[in-house]
Write a protein that binds this ligand. Structure first.
Ligand code: NDP
Ligand code: PYC
Length: 335
């Protein structure tokens, strides 16, 4: 393992991105997202993703310098056209408009269109809760996941995330793929030459498999919770696909045309303003939520994101570690 400070990780990411032609605005937004993933020990969405970003650029499947275009679609709806670029700059650009609309209407939605997507959604949920808003976000990906009872991929890994602001504390955030696990995690098992647990995927014959190669290249991933995860995955396809005029996971895979680039589609983000819902009672009502969080933890259970926040504190103090092979692969992008 190679140990690096967070500044060194950011510098490395920025150097790679600039070298490959990303403009400064995209470089900053992408580096922040990648460093956050590495810092919170979310290995599948940290610096590892830099390899996918550059492979996608080399395949001609992402625009490195598109300027996001904001469209005021309706009193409670903002659209941001990412112009074929990665999504973080589009999110960053549209967030102030989404927040204004949520404060004025109580609830508002942001559709990001025509973006290439690679990031963990909790990064965005934390930005929304930092503004005192409750948030939800979801997006399709590529059709890699079979519906419960099926054997062939239909859905993407379709993450769904929720965030709730807490006074003086880290927000309550959960963020999960509707597949049993993010695809990136299976890719990391393959890189490490490790088998995957049963339940993550099936081979080409629909048989349960622990071989990441068979699941990634020939078979299909599985949803979490059987038909329940499949229904959620279908919901994500619909509300972050046709509802916002963007691609489903199958359409994204068709657009990919075998290049194995990162998915190209849209994202739906919803923000709710507790003050608009509750007026002067907002503070007291949100304080009541704390009893729920206390009860959830009383017998040893932990809150979602707690592991991340603990990892963040460690990384802020000591920096992060990268597998030497990953570090070498990233350095090779500078050659
Ligand atoms: P995990 O299964 O690792 O974790 C999902 C969520 O559950 C996290 O909020 C996690 O918190 C929480 N959690 C895990 N274990 C526990 C526990 N024992 N008690 C309470 N909470 C727990 O994530 P996935 O593999 O499903 O997804 C990983 C990431 O991949 C996500 O950030 C997602 O956004 C991203 N992704 C992005 C896609 C894209 O298209 N952009 C596609 C698919 C996934 P904690 O982090 O603290 O462990
Ligand atoms: O890990 O499933 C995944 C994923 C898809 C796009 C970005 N991450």
């Amino acid at each position: 393992m190679i140990r690096l400070s967070l500044d060194e990780v950011r510098d490395l990411a920025c150097r790679v991105l600039r070298k490959h032609g990303f403009d400064e605005a995209h470089t900053a937004a992408l580096a922040d997202t990648l460093v956050a993933g590495q810092r919170d020990e979310c290995a599948s969405h940290g610096i590892y993703r830099l390899l996918g970003l550059i492979a996608t650029l080399r395949a001609g499947k992402v625009v490195p310098n598109a300027v996001p275009k904001v469209l005021d679609q309706a009193p409670a709806i903002v659209k941001v056209d990412a112009g074929g670029a990665f999504s973080p700059l589009a999110f960053r650009t549209g967030l102030p408009v989404l927040a204004d609309k949520a404060r004025s209407c109580g609830i508002a939605a942001m559709a990001i269109n025509h973006c290439v997507h690679f990031s963990a959604l909790w990064v965005e949920l934390e930005a929304i809760t930092a503004l005192g808003l409750v948030g939800l976000a979801c997006n399709p990906s590529h059709a890699w996941v079979a519906p419960a009872g099926g054997a062939r991929p239909v859905f993407g890994t379709n993450p769904f995330a929720f965030g709730w602001p807490r006074a003086g504390k880290h927000p309550f955030v959960f963020d999960f793929a509707t597949s049993a696990i993010a695809r990136g995690e299976i890719e990391l098992h393959r890189r490490a030459g490790k088998p995957i647990p049963l339940g993550w995927g099936v081979d080409a014959n629909g048989q349960p498999s622990t071989d990441p190669n068979l699941v990634l290249d020939q078979g299909a991933m599985l949803t979490f919770g059987g038909h329940k995860g499949a229904a959620l995955a279908a919901m994500v396809e619909l509300i972050a696909g046709p509802l916002i005029g963007d691609l489903t996971s199958q359409e994204s895979l068709d657009f990919d045309a075998g290049t194995k680039s990162l998915p190209y589609h849209g994202e739906l983000i919803i923000a709710l303003d507790p003050v608009r819902f509750l007026g002067d009672a907002a503070e007291a009502e949100l304080a009541r939520a704390e009893a729920l969080f206390t009860a959830m933890q009383q017998d040893g259970a932990r809150l979602p994101s707690q592991r991340r926040y603990e990892a963040r504190a460690r990384s802020d103090a000591n920096g992060v570690t990268l597998p030497a092979a990953l570090h070498a692969d990233v350095l090779a992008l500078l050659a």
